[in-house]
Design a protein around this ligand. Structure first.
Ligand SMILES: [Zn+2]
Length: 449
């Protein structure tokens, strides 16, 4: 099949011809990106809105209204998609009952995350990648379980992206496992994500990356009248909860505050998302989240996993957490008519390409070290092969200490490299890459004395 041509992609920042690496798009990922449909995304959101309210406190017994019917529908969609997966995609509602907490749960509540697991094809590969959105919605009063709360963008957009990724990706196989999840209880205090992160930690899941999508399908703000469907924000934290003691000392002495696992993940999705999706720029924000807000990546960060949040560039606060009403000619409420499905299509593509590239890639190289025993103006790094996946070679990544993104990407088939750049002046990392050009997350070298 030569229908889909491999597009040659030049990394614009690689200026030195000796170090230039040409990266091809993986034809299979390119094919998946083409399958993302703004019409599918629109239909998922219209269906979610049709449940009236998806408040976590709403009815779970009504067949047509409330969060219970909505989560059953999500699982039904997953099950439809599962038919094309050859038995690898399994879907269920993962439930727990939480007691009233005197805050945002006024009664004991039956909480359910709608999940689908696409089992990896390599039985020895325990890596897990998670994409999430939250199914629950709200109006002005977070305790209101009765009023219509369409939640088209917050967070119908995230759940639609999850569903569309599941629809397309379940037709393909990946060595690592991918979990698609529409969590519940976000608006009541990140409850569904907290429950899942807890379980993952207790059961020792090897989660390499968690992508949280929340409010990412509308293109204009209520104040500035800027319409922007070419940029998507990704939020990442600087310091992990595990960055204590000796690790914290190293971060301070080596200036590694922008090289946390989550920030590496943000940098990775910027590179891969922009490689595969046209007319989108992934804008990194060096913060875990926006002011006054939290998201479902937060409980995963608290458990030490790499997790990031995707959110549109310009939020419209007239269309978030609002009772449906018109005041002085302004329409308030989170309605589907305010969505931009072409923008949502591109943002879904950023997620899909990142997930696919990660799940196809080998795992990360091991024992990555930079030699520091001599004072030299060159740098030598060495590492060991990854635990899982077939490896064609490795990329050495480098950037100046003030640069947000990697500036050079140098291929080697060896497990050691010496380059004529001083370790004092650059940050480095190493990725494993396979035959089809899918690269692992980067590993920052430890110091070998
Ligand atoms: Zn939200």
């Amino acid at each position: 099949m030569h229908k889909f041509l491999i597009t040659v992609f030049f990394c614009g920042l690689l200026l030195s011809s000796s170090a230039q690496t040409i990266i091809n798009r993986d034809a299979q990922i390119e094919m998946m990106i083409k399958e993302i449909s703004s019409d599918s995304l629109r239909s998922y959101i219209n269906k979610m809105v049709s449940y009236g309210t998806r408040s976590t406190l709403s009815t779970t017994t009504d067949k047509k209204r409330g969060i219970g019917a909505a989560r059953e529908w999500v699982v039904q969609k997953f099950n439809e998609f599962a038919k094309a997966s050859g038995g690898r995609l399994t879907a269920f509602v993962d439930t727990t009952t939480l007691p009233a907490d005197g805050r945002r749960l006024d009664v004991a509540t039956h909480l359910g995350n709608a999940m689908a697991i696409l089992k990896g094809t390599d039985a020895s590969d325990d890596r897990i990648y998670i994409i999430s959105g939250h199914l629950d919605s709200r109006v002005s009063d977070v305790m209101n379980r009765i009023a219509d709360a369409p939640g088209a963008n917050d967070d119908g957009s995230g759940v639609a992206a999850v569903l569309e990724c599941a629809r397309i990706m379940s037709k393909y196989s990946f060595p690592a496992t991918i979990i698609f999840v529409a969590v519940s209880g976000e608006e009541q205090g990140l409850l569904g994500a907290g429950y899942l992160a807890d379980k993952a930690k207790k059961q020792n899941w090897n989660i390499d990356a968690m992508l949280n999508n929340d409010i990412m399908g509308s293109n204009n703000s209520n104040e500035t009248n800027i319409i922007d469907n070419t940029r998507l924000r990704v939020f990442s934290e600087a310091f992990a909860v595990t960055d204590t003691g000796r690790i914290a000392q190293n971060i301070r002495s080596q200036g590694l505050e922008n090289d946390s696992k989550s920030r590496q993940l943000a940098r990775y999705v910027k590179e891969i998302g922009e490689r595969y999706v046209d007319n989108i720029e992934v804008v990194m924000v060096y913060r875990p989240d926006r002011f006054l807000r939290g998201g479902d990546h937060t409980p995963f960060l608290q458990k030490g996993f790499a997790a990031i949040r995707f959110t549109e560039m310009n939020e419209n606060y007239n269309h978030q957490h609002q009772d449906l009403r018109t005041e002085k000619g302004i329409v308030y409420g989170d309605l589907a008519e305010f969505m931009d499905f072409e923008y949502l299509r591109k943002n879904t593509g950023v997620n899909l390409s990142s997930l696919a590239n990660l799940a196809k890639a080998p795992s990360m190289p091991q024992d990555v070290k930079i030699e520091t025993k001599n004072l030299t103006n060159s740098s030598t790094l060495n590492w060991k092969a990854p635990k899982n996946g077939s490896v064609k070679g490795y990329y050495l990544l480098m950037r100046e200490t003030t640069s947000a993104v990697w500036q050079k990407k140098i291929f080697t088939a060896q497990t050691t490299i010496t380059i004529p750049y001083s370790k004092d002046n650059y940050f480095f990392a190493v990725q494993a890459v396979n035959e089809t050009g899918n690269e692992s997350l980067p590993v920052v070298p430890g110091v070998a004395r």
